[in-house]
Design a protein around this ligand. Structure first.
Ligand SMILES: *Cc1c(COP(=O)(O)O)cnc(C)c1O
Length: 384
């Protein structure tokens, strides 16, 4: 694009305004090659050798995402898990890390098993309490602080700027899983984060049709070089078709997220007054514990994710999920179709998730249809 700086929404819609210099196509091609031609003198002046390291089709998605996050570089990965775990594998056995107690369950399980066996010392804290984070960091020994905001599945909010200051003072990096906030609502690097992670499976792609992950770096430093090497060595790259689909999905990120936020806010307010609901967890509700931090840190909405706690406990929650017709009973989030999930039974034993909780991922359907459908399911489950 021209030298004028366009707003992130414009950059996303046009995937950075890229036009193919050879054909004038406004959509980039998919580069399928797994290998690149070597020069006659044995050099690789193109800078590309083999597609396990990089691919021009990755570049489009990475450049776009780095711009949306206000970062310097991005790397796309085969999944959110491979992106997140790379951040820990780039440390050394013996290093100390502080991580949020409430976080994506599969990453928490990996930290408790593989990462711990491999030699990382992992300490879990309530990341919505700055004093708890400050008490847990060990200056000089803690290398990474890892938070998620809003965090699955209770949507507690971590204060990124305050935690960045705590981490940096101790000599640690701050990594933020920003899957739920998306760059539309929060740009963690502007608040001091060093690494932003996404399950691009979710909002970035937005159509529940691929598995993808991404990291965005505030700097291109030695740690960033390690992340790039880990991706190339483990081969946790995306397929070329998938990388292209991800870029296509990101073009509609802003309108999808804006729509989902509006609907989620209205659903949260309406279900908070529902006779069969004991509590609604949503950062956009003024009574929610993290509301003030969220209001400061999130711009333009509080996200498309909320949870409702159903009166009558686990049985009533599962019975409600069984009776929806429009909401889809499935795990995952951030797609155009709304999902409902009994979260505790997916996370299994040891989960901090309350058993009466239904996690809602709000898509882009009509908000009244979504309300009416869950309302009838709550009433039928109650009367069953
Ligand atoms: C889904 C998810 C992940 C894991 O991403 P995958 O793409 O499924 O590997 C990590 N963090 C959050 C917040 C998620 O929702």
């Amino acid at each position: 694009m021209s030298k004028k700086t366009f707003a992130p929404a414009s950059l996303a819609a046009q995937a950075m305004g890229w036009v193919d210099p050879a054909t004038r196509a406004v959509v980039p091609p998919i580069h399928m090659a797994s290998t690149y031609l070597r020069d006659e003198d044995n050099a690789y002046r193109s800078g590309r050798v083999y597609a396990r390291a990089d691919n021009p089709t990755f570049d489009h998605a990475e450049t776009t995402l780095a711009a949306l996050e206000g970062g310097v570089k991005a790397l796309i990965f085969s999944s959110g898990m491979s992106a997140a775990t790379a951040c820990f594998l780039a440390l050394a056995p013996g290093d100390h890390v502080v991580a949020s107690k409430v976080m994506y369950w599969a990453l928490r399980n990996w930290l408790l098993t593989f990462a711990t066996q491999w030699g990382l010392e992992v300490e879990f804290v309530d990341a919505d309490r700055n004093d708890a984070v400050a008490a847990a960091v060990k200056p000089g020994k803690t290398k990474l602080v890892w938070i998620e905001s809003p965090a699955n599945p209770t949507w507690c909010v971590a204060d990124i700027a305050a935690i960045a200051a705590i981490a940096h003072k101790a000599g640690a990096l701050l990594g933020v899983d920003s899957t739920v906030a998306t760059p539309v609502l929060t740009r963690p690097i502007e608040h001091g984060a060093d690494i932003v992670m996404h399950s691009a499976t979710k909002y970035l792609n937005g159509h529940s049709d691929l598995i993808a992950g991404a990291l965005v770096g505030a700097r291109e430093d030695a740690y960033w070089a390690k992340l790039r090497t880990i991706r190339a060595q483990l081969g946790t790259v995306m397929g070329q078709h998938e990388a292209w689909l991800l870029l296509r999905g990101m073009r509609t990120l802003f309108p999808r997220v804006a729509w989902a936020c509006r609907s989620a806010q209205s659903l949260a307010e309406r279900f908070a007054a529902h006779p069969m609901v004991s509590e609604v967890l949503y950062p956009g509700l003024p009574g929610f514990a993290g509301h003030a931090t969220a209001a400061r840190q999130m711009k333009g909405g509080f996200g498309g994710m909320l949870s409702v706690r159903v009166k009558g406990g686990e049985r009533a929650a599962i019975a409600t999920a069984a009776r929806v017709e429009l909401w889809k009973r499935a795990t995952s989030l951030g797609g155009v179709e709304s999902l409902i999930e009994h979260r505790a039974s997916i996370e299994g034993p040891g989960t901090p998730c309350p058993p009466d909780l239904l996690r809602l991922s709000v898509g882009v359907e009509d908000a009244n249809d979504l309300f009416d459908d869950l309302d009838q399911a709550l009433k039928r489950a109650h009367n069953a």
